[in-house]
Design a protein around this ligand. Structure first.
Ligand SMILES: NC(=O)c1ccc[n+]([C@@H]2O[C@H](COP(=O)([O-])OP(=O)(O)OC[C@H]3O[C@@H](n4cnc5c(N)ncnc54)[C@H](O)[C@@H]3O)[C@@H](O)[C@H]2O)c1
Length: 255
């Protein structure tokens, strides 16, 4: 039980990698706060965790991470419910799989507001308590934030910026004992990737291409990515900070 007595906020915890990570945190003893703008999804996950791992181990608070008052609110709600905060997993994001010419300025603003400003706002409001507990921040980036991706310039830019911000904050927070790391998956089979696949011209060919781009022959499962998230959030990684960890089945090698 790596997280006994610890408290974690998981943004975007109502689906996909966030949901599976929230479950793994609870399974290893943490109290978990699900911050998702999809209220029903967040509540469904919290209810399930309370049933499986002990009543009161999870709460869901409807949160749009791109809105400062909501980011401040979820940290306050966490402290009211559990009295401390040890782990911030910034995972919520939206996608924008389009070529540059087809992207409206408002779409650019929306992706940057959720994916990048959301990480900034959550970190800003969680940092004082994380510094008190000498906690850990795990930010969800992407392999495309390291190496780029066709037809995905703005989303990739948001992920590249998360990596740069994480490294900068790893420096700023090191003295207070707070570690900041990123996870960089390639493909992960979640509702988000399924949505992206269906939006492509030839979804069947896209699935094949997805398998082929990973030397291990398939995209990751959400569980495989969650394992990396939990490692970076746990004391097992106590000397790891400022890292952007590919969890990509070797995709970076032959990208
Ligand atoms: N699936 C992949 O292939 C893949 C690859 C690399 C990185 N990622 C990253 O992993 C993370 C999780 O992706 P996923 O595939 O599990 O997606 P998902 O769509 O299954 O889950 C994302 C969750 O975030 C929530 N969310 C979105 N905007 C929000 C906001 N403004 N405030 C609060 N919650 C919000 C959604 O409601 C949803 O529950 C994302 O950061 C994504 O960019 C995914």
């Amino acid at each position: 039980m790596r997280f006994e007595g610890k408290v974690a906020i998981v943004t975007g915890g109502g689906s996909g990698i966030g949901e599976v990570s929230a479950e793994r945190f609870a399974a290893e003893g943490a109290s978990v706060v699900i911050a998702d703008w999809n209220e029903e999804a967040g509540r469904r996950v919290a209810d399930r965790l309370n049933g499986a791992y002990g009543s009161g181990c999870a709460i869901a608070v409807r949160t749009d991470v791109s809105r400062e008052e909501e980011a401040r609110n979820i940290v306050e709600r966490t402290l009211r419910a559990y009295g401390r905060l040890d782990i911030l997993f910034n995972n919520a994001a939206v996608i924008l799989p389009k070529p540059l010419a087809a992207i409206a300025a408002e779409e650019f603003d929306r992706v940057i507001a959720v994916n990048l400003k959301g990480v900034f706002l959550m970190t800003k409001h969680a940092a004082p308590e994380l510094q008190r507990t000498r906690g850990a921040i795990v930010n969800m980036a992407s392999l495309n934030g390291l190496v780029g991706q066709r037809q995905n310039p703005v989303y990739a830019a948001s992920k590249g910026a998360i990596i740069a911000m994480s490294k900068s904050l790893a420096l700023d927070f090191a003295a207070s004992g707070v570690r900041v790391n990123c996870v960089c998956p390639a493909g992960v089979m979640t509702p988000l990737l399924e949505e992206w696949t269906l939006r492509q011209d030839d979804p069947a060919a896209t699935v094949q291409a997805l398998n082929d781009m990973h030397p291990l022959g398939r995209p990751a499962s959400a569980e495989e990515v969650a394992q990396a998230v939990l490692y970076l959030a746990s004391a097992e990684s106590s000397f790891v900070t400022g890292v952007a960890l590919p969890v990509d089945g070797g995709a970076m090698l032959g990208y």
